[in-house]
Design a protein. Structure first.
Ligand code: EPZ
Length: 446
Protein backbone atom coordinates (compact mmCIF):
# COMPACT_ATOMS: atom_id res chain seq x y z
CA UNK A 1 0.00 0.00 0.00
CA UNK A 2 1.24 3.51 -0.63
CA UNK A 3 0.25 6.19 1.79
CA UNK A 4 0.48 9.94 1.60
CA UNK A 5 -1.21 13.12 0.59
CA UNK A 6 -2.33 13.41 -2.98
CA UNK A 7 -2.02 10.78 -5.67
CA UNK A 8 0.37 7.91 -5.15
CA UNK A 9 3.31 7.71 -7.56
CA UNK A 10 1.69 4.73 -9.36
CA UNK A 11 -0.72 7.19 -10.96
CA UNK A 12 1.83 9.38 -12.54
CA UNK A 13 3.06 7.37 -15.53
CA UNK A 14 -0.28 7.28 -17.33
CA UNK A 15 -0.40 10.97 -18.19
CA UNK A 16 3.17 10.99 -19.49
CA UNK A 17 2.40 8.95 -22.59
CA UNK A 18 0.77 11.78 -24.49
CA UNK A 19 2.53 11.46 -27.83
CA UNK A 20 2.54 7.66 -28.21
CA UNK A 21 0.87 6.13 -31.24
CA UNK A 22 -0.95 2.90 -31.84
CA UNK A 23 0.12 0.85 -34.84
CA UNK A 24 -2.43 -1.64 -36.15
CA UNK A 25 -2.22 -4.22 -38.91
CA UNK A 26 -5.80 -5.02 -39.77
CA UNK A 27 -7.50 -8.24 -40.73
CA UNK A 28 -6.95 -10.57 -37.75
CA UNK A 29 -9.96 -12.25 -36.19
CA UNK A 30 -10.27 -12.07 -32.41
CA UNK A 31 -10.42 -15.23 -30.30
CA UNK A 32 -10.10 -15.61 -26.56
CA UNK A 33 -11.22 -13.57 -23.59
CA UNK A 34 -11.04 -9.92 -22.58
CA UNK A 35 -11.38 -8.81 -18.95
CA UNK A 36 -13.75 -5.86 -18.57
CA UNK A 37 -12.53 -3.08 -16.27
CA UNK A 38 -14.45 -1.06 -13.74
CA UNK A 39 -16.40 1.81 -15.33
CA UNK A 40 -14.48 5.07 -15.67
CA UNK A 41 -17.69 7.10 -15.53
CA UNK A 42 -18.71 5.42 -12.29
CA UNK A 43 -15.23 5.50 -10.75
CA UNK A 44 -14.86 9.28 -11.21
CA UNK A 45 -17.97 10.43 -9.28
CA UNK A 46 -17.38 7.68 -6.70
CA UNK A 47 -13.93 9.10 -5.99
CA UNK A 48 -15.47 12.58 -5.64
CA UNK A 49 -17.95 11.17 -3.09
CA UNK A 50 -14.99 10.75 -0.71
CA UNK A 51 -15.23 14.52 -0.10
CA UNK A 52 -18.54 13.96 1.70
CA UNK A 53 -17.07 12.13 4.70
CA UNK A 54 -14.13 12.45 7.06
CA UNK A 55 -13.82 8.64 7.09
CA UNK A 56 -12.14 6.44 4.47
CA UNK A 57 -14.04 5.49 1.33
CA UNK A 58 -12.64 2.26 -0.09
CA UNK A 59 -13.29 1.74 -3.79
CA UNK A 60 -12.55 -1.61 -5.41
CA UNK A 61 -12.16 -2.29 -9.13
CA UNK A 62 -11.00 1.24 -10.03
CA UNK A 63 -9.53 1.17 -13.56
CA UNK A 64 -5.97 2.36 -14.19
CA UNK A 65 -6.65 5.33 -16.46
CA UNK A 66 -5.35 8.84 -17.07
CA UNK A 67 -8.70 10.40 -16.07
CA UNK A 68 -8.59 8.60 -12.73
CA UNK A 69 -5.03 9.86 -12.13
CA UNK A 70 -6.07 13.37 -13.10
CA UNK A 71 -8.96 13.35 -10.66
CA UNK A 72 -6.70 11.91 -7.94
CA UNK A 73 -4.47 14.94 -8.44
CA UNK A 74 -7.37 17.35 -8.01
CA UNK A 75 -8.73 15.56 -4.95
CA UNK A 76 -5.21 15.63 -3.47
CA UNK A 77 -5.20 19.43 -3.76
CA UNK A 78 -8.54 19.56 -1.93
CA UNK A 79 -7.13 17.50 0.95
CA UNK A 80 -8.07 13.92 0.11
CA UNK A 81 -5.40 11.42 1.13
CA UNK A 82 -5.30 8.60 -1.37
CA UNK A 83 -3.76 5.20 -0.84
CA UNK A 84 -3.53 2.36 -3.29
CA UNK A 85 -4.04 -1.12 -1.96
CA UNK A 86 -4.05 -4.73 -3.05
CA UNK A 87 -3.90 -5.68 -6.68
CA UNK A 88 -2.15 -2.44 -7.43
CA UNK A 89 0.36 -2.93 -10.23
CA UNK A 90 -0.23 -1.29 -13.56
CA UNK A 91 -0.69 -4.80 -14.99
CA UNK A 92 -3.43 -5.75 -12.52
CA UNK A 93 -6.27 -7.28 -14.47
CA UNK A 94 -8.96 -6.85 -11.88
CA UNK A 95 -8.68 -3.15 -11.19
CA UNK A 96 -7.21 -1.50 -8.15
CA UNK A 97 -8.42 -0.61 -4.71
CA UNK A 98 -8.26 3.04 -3.70
CA UNK A 99 -8.67 4.27 -0.16
CA UNK A 100 -9.69 7.91 -0.14
CA UNK A 101 -9.84 9.85 3.10
CA UNK A 102 -10.92 13.49 3.31
CA UNK A 103 -10.37 13.93 7.03
CA UNK A 104 -10.37 17.68 6.48
CA UNK A 105 -11.01 19.79 3.41
CA UNK A 106 -7.65 21.52 2.88
CA UNK A 107 -8.80 23.83 0.10
CA UNK A 108 -12.21 24.63 -1.37
CA UNK A 109 -10.82 25.88 -4.68
CA UNK A 110 -10.51 23.64 -7.75
CA UNK A 111 -8.24 25.64 -10.07
CA UNK A 112 -8.65 26.12 -13.81
CA UNK A 113 -5.42 24.36 -14.72
CA UNK A 114 -6.71 21.11 -13.25
CA UNK A 115 -10.44 21.37 -14.03
CA UNK A 116 -9.97 22.26 -17.70
CA UNK A 117 -8.17 18.96 -18.30
CA UNK A 118 -11.16 16.90 -17.25
CA UNK A 119 -14.78 17.94 -16.96
CA UNK A 120 -15.65 15.35 -14.32
CA UNK A 121 -13.62 17.37 -11.83
CA UNK A 122 -16.49 19.88 -11.87
CA UNK A 123 -18.42 17.27 -9.81
CA UNK A 124 -16.46 18.42 -6.74
CA UNK A 125 -18.65 21.55 -6.59
CA UNK A 126 -21.65 19.96 -4.84
CA UNK A 127 -19.72 17.85 -2.31
CA UNK A 128 -17.34 20.72 -1.38
CA UNK A 129 -20.27 23.06 -0.88
CA UNK A 130 -22.21 20.52 1.18
CA UNK A 131 -19.24 19.70 3.40
CA UNK A 132 -17.63 23.15 3.79
CA UNK A 133 -20.37 25.65 3.00
CA UNK A 134 -18.31 27.11 0.17
CA UNK A 135 -16.58 26.15 -3.06
CA UNK A 136 -14.78 27.87 -5.88
CA UNK A 137 -14.55 25.66 -8.94
CA UNK A 138 -13.33 26.68 -12.36
CA UNK A 139 -15.81 26.44 -15.20
CA UNK A 140 -14.61 23.49 -17.27
CA UNK A 141 -14.88 25.31 -20.59
CA UNK A 142 -15.85 23.80 -23.93
CA UNK A 143 -14.52 20.52 -25.18
CA UNK A 144 -14.13 18.69 -28.45
CA UNK A 145 -17.62 17.17 -28.47
CA UNK A 146 -19.53 20.42 -27.90
CA UNK A 147 -19.99 23.39 -25.55
CA UNK A 148 -21.19 21.25 -22.58
CA UNK A 149 -22.65 23.89 -20.22
CA UNK A 150 -23.04 23.36 -16.45
CA UNK A 151 -26.20 25.39 -15.87
CA UNK A 152 -28.20 22.43 -14.47
CA UNK A 153 -25.49 21.74 -11.88
CA UNK A 154 -25.67 25.38 -10.79
CA UNK A 155 -29.48 25.68 -10.75
CA UNK A 156 -29.78 22.37 -8.90
CA UNK A 157 -27.43 23.57 -6.17
CA UNK A 158 -29.22 26.93 -5.99
CA UNK A 159 -32.43 24.96 -5.34
CA UNK A 160 -30.64 23.60 -2.24
CA UNK A 161 -30.08 27.15 -0.96
CA UNK A 162 -26.63 27.89 -2.40
CA UNK A 163 -25.77 31.40 -3.53
CA UNK A 164 -23.78 31.14 -6.71
CA UNK A 165 -22.11 33.68 -8.95
CA UNK A 166 -19.57 33.54 -11.73
CA UNK A 167 -16.36 35.49 -11.49
CA UNK A 168 -13.36 35.37 -13.79
CA UNK A 169 -14.19 31.93 -15.11
CA UNK A 170 -14.94 30.46 -11.69
CA UNK A 171 -18.19 29.29 -10.12
CA UNK A 172 -18.22 30.72 -6.62
CA UNK A 173 -20.77 29.02 -4.40
CA UNK A 174 -21.71 29.68 -0.80
CA UNK A 175 -24.10 28.23 1.74
CA UNK A 176 -23.01 29.80 5.02
CA UNK A 177 -25.51 27.88 7.15
CA UNK A 178 -25.21 24.71 5.09
CA UNK A 179 -27.39 23.47 2.26
CA UNK A 180 -31.10 22.83 2.80
CA UNK A 181 -33.33 20.30 1.06
CA UNK A 182 -35.12 21.60 -2.01
CA UNK A 183 -36.97 20.71 -5.19
CA UNK A 184 -35.40 20.73 -8.65
CA UNK A 185 -36.52 19.38 -11.99
CA UNK A 186 -33.65 18.95 -14.48
CA UNK A 187 -34.72 20.60 -17.77
CA UNK A 188 -33.00 17.76 -19.67
CA UNK A 189 -31.50 14.52 -18.44
CA UNK A 190 -27.93 15.12 -17.29
CA UNK A 191 -25.69 12.44 -15.83
CA UNK A 192 -23.19 14.79 -14.19
CA UNK A 193 -25.76 17.27 -12.84
CA UNK A 194 -27.81 14.45 -11.29
CA UNK A 195 -24.66 13.11 -9.63
CA UNK A 196 -23.46 16.50 -8.42
CA UNK A 197 -26.80 17.55 -6.90
CA UNK A 198 -27.52 14.08 -5.46
CA UNK A 199 -24.18 14.11 -3.62
CA UNK A 200 -24.83 17.61 -2.25
CA UNK A 201 -28.40 16.75 -1.18
CA UNK A 202 -27.12 13.76 0.79
CA UNK A 203 -25.56 16.21 3.28
CA UNK A 204 -28.23 18.96 3.14
CA UNK A 205 -30.70 19.66 5.95
CA UNK A 206 -34.08 18.11 5.15
CA UNK A 207 -35.59 16.42 2.12
CA UNK A 208 -34.72 17.01 -1.52
CA UNK A 209 -36.87 16.02 -4.47
CA UNK A 210 -35.07 15.72 -7.82
CA UNK A 211 -37.09 15.14 -10.98
CA UNK A 212 -36.15 14.12 -14.51
CA UNK A 213 -32.94 12.56 -13.17
CA UNK A 214 -30.48 10.57 -15.24
CA UNK A 215 -30.86 6.81 -14.69
CA UNK A 216 -27.55 5.74 -16.21
CA UNK A 217 -26.18 2.72 -14.30
CA UNK A 218 -23.24 4.88 -13.17
CA UNK A 219 -25.68 7.27 -11.40
CA UNK A 220 -27.31 4.33 -9.63
CA UNK A 221 -23.89 2.92 -8.71
CA UNK A 222 -23.03 6.24 -7.07
CA UNK A 223 -26.38 6.23 -5.23
CA UNK A 224 -25.64 2.72 -3.87
CA UNK A 225 -22.26 3.92 -2.60
CA UNK A 226 -23.81 7.01 -0.97
CA UNK A 227 -26.37 4.77 0.74
CA UNK A 228 -23.50 2.58 2.02
CA UNK A 229 -22.04 5.82 3.43
CA UNK A 230 -25.27 6.47 5.33
CA UNK A 231 -27.23 8.57 2.82
CA UNK A 232 -31.00 8.09 2.56
CA UNK A 233 -31.95 7.99 -1.13
CA UNK A 234 -35.16 6.56 -2.58
CA UNK A 235 -36.12 6.00 -6.20
CA UNK A 236 -32.89 4.47 -7.50
CA UNK A 237 -33.10 3.68 -11.20
CA UNK A 238 -36.14 5.99 -11.67
CA UNK A 239 -36.36 9.60 -12.89
CA UNK A 240 -37.42 10.83 -9.41
CA UNK A 241 -35.03 10.75 -6.49
CA UNK A 242 -36.03 11.58 -2.91
CA UNK A 243 -33.08 12.30 -0.67
CA UNK A 244 -33.31 12.75 3.09
CA UNK A 245 -30.19 14.76 3.95
CA UNK A 246 -27.98 13.52 6.79
CA UNK A 247 -25.83 15.56 9.20
CA UNK A 248 -22.81 13.41 8.29
CA UNK A 249 -21.84 10.47 6.12
CA UNK A 250 -19.45 7.75 7.22
CA UNK A 251 -16.85 5.60 5.48
CA UNK A 252 -17.81 2.64 3.30
CA UNK A 253 -16.48 0.04 0.89
CA UNK A 254 -17.87 -0.15 -2.64
CA UNK A 255 -17.01 -2.03 -5.82
CA UNK A 256 -17.26 -0.08 -9.11
CA UNK A 257 -19.62 -1.61 -11.67
CA UNK A 258 -18.17 -3.04 -14.93
CA UNK A 259 -17.67 -0.62 -17.81
CA UNK A 260 -20.60 -0.94 -20.23
CA UNK A 261 -18.88 1.28 -22.80
CA UNK A 262 -15.77 -0.89 -22.79
CA UNK A 263 -18.04 -3.96 -23.02
CA UNK A 264 -19.92 -2.52 -26.00
CA UNK A 265 -16.70 -1.42 -27.68
CA UNK A 266 -15.16 -4.90 -27.59
CA UNK A 267 -18.45 -6.50 -28.64
CA UNK A 268 -18.47 -4.20 -31.69
CA UNK A 269 -14.80 -4.95 -32.37
CA UNK A 270 -15.57 -8.68 -32.54
CA UNK A 271 -18.51 -7.81 -34.79
CA UNK A 272 -16.18 -5.87 -37.09
CA UNK A 273 -13.38 -8.42 -37.45
CA UNK A 274 -15.14 -11.73 -36.70
CA UNK A 275 -14.20 -14.38 -34.17
CA UNK A 276 -15.33 -15.40 -30.68
CA UNK A 277 -14.54 -13.57 -27.47
CA UNK A 278 -15.78 -13.87 -23.91
CA UNK A 279 -15.98 -10.49 -22.17
CA UNK A 280 -15.18 -11.58 -18.65
CA UNK A 281 -16.78 -9.58 -15.85
CA UNK A 282 -19.22 -7.84 -18.24
CA UNK A 283 -22.90 -7.60 -17.26
CA UNK A 284 -25.25 -8.29 -20.14
CA UNK A 285 -28.10 -6.15 -18.78
CA UNK A 286 -25.87 -3.06 -18.96
CA UNK A 287 -25.72 -3.32 -22.77
CA UNK A 288 -29.38 -4.10 -23.39
CA UNK A 289 -29.61 -1.18 -25.81
CA UNK A 290 -26.72 -2.55 -27.86
CA UNK A 291 -27.55 -6.24 -28.05
CA UNK A 292 -30.58 -6.12 -30.40
CA UNK A 293 -28.67 -3.81 -32.74
CA UNK A 294 -25.66 -6.10 -32.97
CA UNK A 295 -27.93 -9.14 -33.28
CA UNK A 296 -29.81 -7.54 -36.16
CA UNK A 297 -26.44 -7.07 -37.86
CA UNK A 298 -25.67 -10.77 -37.57
CA UNK A 299 -23.69 -10.95 -34.31
CA UNK A 300 -24.36 -13.61 -31.65
CA UNK A 301 -24.39 -12.53 -28.01
CA UNK A 302 -25.03 -14.81 -25.05
CA UNK A 303 -24.64 -14.56 -21.31
CA UNK A 304 -22.10 -16.86 -19.66
CA UNK A 305 -21.46 -17.48 -16.00
CA UNK A 306 -18.40 -15.21 -16.24
CA UNK A 307 -19.77 -12.44 -18.44
CA UNK A 308 -20.87 -12.11 -22.06
CA UNK A 309 -19.87 -14.15 -25.11
CA UNK A 310 -19.75 -12.44 -28.51
CA UNK A 311 -19.21 -14.11 -31.88
CA UNK A 312 -19.52 -13.47 -35.58
CA UNK A 313 -18.53 -15.95 -38.17
CA UNK A 314 -18.37 -15.45 -41.88
CA UNK A 315 -21.60 -13.73 -42.86
CA UNK A 316 -21.76 -10.08 -43.93
CA UNK A 317 -22.97 -7.36 -41.56
CA UNK A 318 -26.47 -5.95 -42.04
CA UNK A 319 -26.90 -2.13 -41.92
CA UNK A 320 -28.78 -0.47 -39.01
CA UNK A 321 -30.57 2.75 -38.07
CA UNK A 322 -29.65 3.96 -34.58
CA UNK A 323 -30.30 7.13 -32.55
CA UNK A 324 -28.36 7.93 -29.38
CA UNK A 325 -30.41 8.65 -26.28
CA UNK A 326 -30.00 8.86 -22.51
CA UNK A 327 -30.05 5.47 -20.76
CA UNK A 328 -31.80 3.08 -21.35
CA UNK A 329 -31.32 4.26 -24.95
CA UNK A 330 -28.28 3.68 -27.14
CA UNK A 331 -25.28 5.46 -25.51
CA UNK A 332 -23.59 8.37 -27.22
CA UNK A 333 -20.32 6.95 -25.88
CA UNK A 334 -20.69 4.02 -28.32
CA UNK A 335 -21.75 6.06 -31.34
CA UNK A 336 -18.26 6.41 -32.90
CA UNK A 337 -17.56 2.70 -32.50
CA UNK A 338 -20.90 1.77 -34.10
CA UNK A 339 -20.18 4.11 -36.99
CA UNK A 340 -16.79 2.47 -37.58
CA UNK A 341 -18.56 -0.89 -37.54
CA UNK A 342 -21.28 -0.06 -40.06
CA UNK A 343 -18.69 1.31 -42.51
CA UNK A 344 -18.33 -2.29 -43.67
CA UNK A 345 -22.02 -3.28 -43.50
CA UNK A 346 -23.80 -4.35 -46.65
CA UNK A 347 -26.11 -1.38 -47.27
CA UNK A 348 -26.94 2.06 -45.88
CA UNK A 349 -27.00 2.81 -42.13
CA UNK A 350 -28.26 5.96 -40.39
CA UNK A 351 -26.72 7.08 -37.11
CA UNK A 352 -28.27 10.07 -35.33
CA UNK A 353 -26.52 11.80 -32.43
CA UNK A 354 -28.89 13.60 -30.05
CA UNK A 355 -26.77 14.14 -26.92
CA UNK A 356 -23.77 16.20 -28.05
CA UNK A 357 -23.64 18.77 -30.85
CA UNK A 358 -20.22 17.97 -32.23
CA UNK A 359 -19.67 14.29 -31.88
CA UNK A 360 -18.91 13.34 -35.47
CA UNK A 361 -15.21 14.25 -35.58
CA UNK A 362 -14.38 10.68 -36.45
CA UNK A 363 -16.24 11.05 -39.78
CA UNK A 364 -13.43 12.74 -41.76
CA UNK A 365 -10.92 10.30 -40.28
CA UNK A 366 -13.03 7.28 -41.26
CA UNK A 367 -13.35 8.84 -44.72
CA UNK A 368 -9.53 8.81 -44.94
CA UNK A 369 -9.80 5.05 -44.50
CA UNK A 370 -12.19 4.80 -47.44
CA UNK A 371 -15.52 5.04 -45.58
CA UNK A 372 -18.52 6.50 -47.42
CA UNK A 373 -20.24 8.81 -44.92
CA UNK A 374 -22.47 11.85 -45.51
CA UNK A 375 -23.52 14.01 -42.57
CA UNK A 376 -26.92 15.74 -42.67
CA UNK A 377 -27.50 17.75 -39.50
CA UNK A 378 -27.26 15.34 -36.60
CA UNK A 379 -27.45 12.24 -38.79
CA UNK A 380 -24.59 10.37 -40.45
CA UNK A 381 -25.60 8.34 -43.49
CA UNK A 382 -23.11 5.53 -43.91
CA UNK A 383 -22.98 3.47 -47.08
CA UNK A 384 -21.04 0.30 -46.39
CA UNK A 385 -17.92 -0.39 -48.40
CA UNK A 386 -16.38 -3.79 -49.10
CA UNK A 387 -13.30 -3.12 -46.99
CA UNK A 388 -11.76 -0.11 -45.19
CA UNK A 389 -8.14 0.70 -45.98
CA UNK A 390 -5.51 1.42 -43.32
CA UNK A 391 -4.28 5.03 -42.97
CA UNK A 392 -2.70 7.37 -40.42
CA UNK A 393 -5.58 8.91 -38.42
CA UNK A 394 -6.11 11.17 -35.48
CA UNK A 395 -9.07 11.89 -33.25
CA UNK A 396 -10.01 14.55 -30.80
CA UNK A 397 -11.85 12.58 -28.14
CA UNK A 398 -11.74 9.32 -26.33
CA UNK A 399 -14.60 7.41 -27.96
CA UNK A 400 -13.75 8.65 -31.46
CA UNK A 401 -10.19 7.36 -30.96
CA UNK A 402 -11.32 3.89 -30.04
CA UNK A 403 -13.71 3.94 -33.01
CA UNK A 404 -10.65 4.48 -35.21
CA UNK A 405 -8.86 1.57 -33.51
CA UNK A 406 -11.87 -0.61 -34.32
CA UNK A 407 -11.80 0.59 -37.94
CA UNK A 408 -8.05 -0.08 -38.13
CA UNK A 409 -8.48 -3.65 -36.88
CA UNK A 410 -11.13 -4.28 -39.55
CA UNK A 411 -9.24 -2.51 -42.35
CA UNK A 412 -6.83 -3.90 -44.88
CA UNK A 413 -3.24 -2.81 -44.23
CA UNK A 414 -1.66 -0.59 -41.64
CA UNK A 415 -3.32 2.10 -39.53
CA UNK A 416 -1.58 4.49 -37.18
CA UNK A 417 -3.78 6.13 -34.55
CA UNK A 418 -2.20 9.34 -33.29
CA UNK A 419 -2.92 11.07 -29.99
CA UNK A 420 -3.08 7.90 -27.97
CA UNK A 421 -3.51 9.93 -24.79
CA UNK A 422 -7.22 10.09 -25.59
CA UNK A 423 -7.37 6.29 -25.40
CA UNK A 424 -5.41 6.24 -22.16
CA UNK A 425 -8.09 8.43 -20.61
CA UNK A 426 -10.70 5.69 -20.85
CA UNK A 427 -9.47 2.27 -22.04
CA UNK A 428 -7.34 0.25 -19.67
CA UNK A 429 -4.51 -1.72 -21.34
CA UNK A 430 -6.32 -1.62 -24.66
CA UNK A 431 -3.54 -2.97 -26.87
CA UNK A 432 -2.72 -5.74 -24.40
CA UNK A 433 -6.35 -6.87 -24.12
CA UNK A 434 -6.83 -6.92 -27.90
CA UNK A 435 -3.36 -8.33 -28.61
CA UNK A 436 -4.01 -11.35 -26.40
CA UNK A 437 -6.97 -12.21 -28.61
CA UNK A 438 -4.90 -12.14 -31.78
CA UNK A 439 -5.08 -8.50 -32.89
CA UNK A 440 -1.93 -7.02 -34.37
CA UNK A 441 -1.77 -3.84 -32.33
CA UNK A 442 1.17 -2.19 -30.65
CA UNK A 443 2.07 1.06 -28.98
CA UNK A 444 4.85 3.03 -30.59
CA UNK A 445 6.65 5.28 -28.14
CA UNK A 446 7.51 8.71 -29.51
C1 EPZ B 1 -21.45 12.07 -18.89
O1 EPZ B 1 -21.08 13.40 -19.22
C2 EPZ B 1 -20.28 11.19 -19.27
N1 EPZ B 1 -19.12 11.62 -18.50
C3 EPZ B 1 -20.01 11.31 -20.77
O2 EPZ B 1 -18.96 10.44 -21.10
C4 EPZ B 1 -21.28 10.87 -21.51
O3 EPZ B 1 -21.07 11.03 -22.90
C5 EPZ B 1 -22.46 11.71 -21.06
O4 EPZ B 1 -22.61 11.64 -19.61
C6 EPZ B 1 -23.78 11.29 -21.67
O5 EPZ B 1 -24.04 9.96 -21.36
C7 EPZ B 1 -18.98 11.21 -17.23
O6 EPZ B 1 -19.82 10.51 -16.67
C8 EPZ B 1 -17.75 11.61 -16.51
P1 EPZ B 1 -24.61 15.12 -19.45
P2 EPZ B 1 -21.94 14.64 -18.67
O7 EPZ B 1 -24.60 16.18 -18.39
O8 EPZ B 1 -22.44 14.30 -17.33
C9 EPZ B 1 -26.37 19.02 -21.65
C10 EPZ B 1 -16.92 9.83 -22.13
O9 EPZ B 1 -16.47 9.73 -23.30
N2 EPZ B 1 -26.19 19.73 -20.35
O10 EPZ B 1 -25.48 13.94 -19.25
O11 EPZ B 1 -21.10 15.85 -18.83
C11 EPZ B 1 -25.04 18.61 -22.27
O12 EPZ B 1 -24.44 19.68 -22.98
C12 EPZ B 1 -17.77 11.00 -21.72
O13 EPZ B 1 -16.66 9.02 -21.23
C13 EPZ B 1 -26.60 21.05 -20.23
O14 EPZ B 1 -27.15 21.64 -21.16
O15 EPZ B 1 -23.10 14.63 -19.72
C14 EPZ B 1 -25.44 17.45 -23.13
O16 EPZ B 1 -25.98 17.92 -24.34
C15 EPZ B 1 -17.93 12.03 -22.75
N3 EPZ B 1 -26.42 21.68 -19.03
C16 EPZ B 1 -26.56 16.79 -22.32
O17 EPZ B 1 -27.01 17.78 -21.39
C17 EPZ B 1 -25.85 21.05 -17.95
O18 EPZ B 1 -25.71 21.68 -16.90
C18 EPZ B 1 -26.14 15.54 -21.54
O19 EPZ B 1 -24.93 15.81 -20.84
C19 EPZ B 1 -25.43 19.71 -18.09
C20 EPZ B 1 -25.61 19.07 -19.31
Amino acid sequence: MSDGTGPPHQFRGVTEKRMDRILIRGGNRLNGEIPISGAKNAGLPLMVASLLSDEPLILDYIPHLADISQLAEILGVLGVRIALDGNGGAEAASGRTLILTAREIADTTAPYDLVRKMRASFFVLGPLLARSGKAKVSLPGGCAIGPRPVDFHIKGLEALGATIHLEEGYVIAQANDGLTGGHYRFPHVSVGATENVMMAASLAKGETLLENCAIEPEVTDLAHCLIAMGAKIEGLGTRTLRIEGQPRLHGARHSVLPDRIETGTYAMTVAAVGGEVELVGARKELINAVIPILESMGVHITETNRGVHVSRNGAHLEPVDVTTDPYPGFPTDLQAQLMALVCQAKGVSHITETIFENRFMHVPELARMGADIRVEGQTAIVTGVERLKGAPVMATDLRASVGLVLAGLAAEGETIVNRVYHLDRGFERLEEKLGRCGASIERVKV
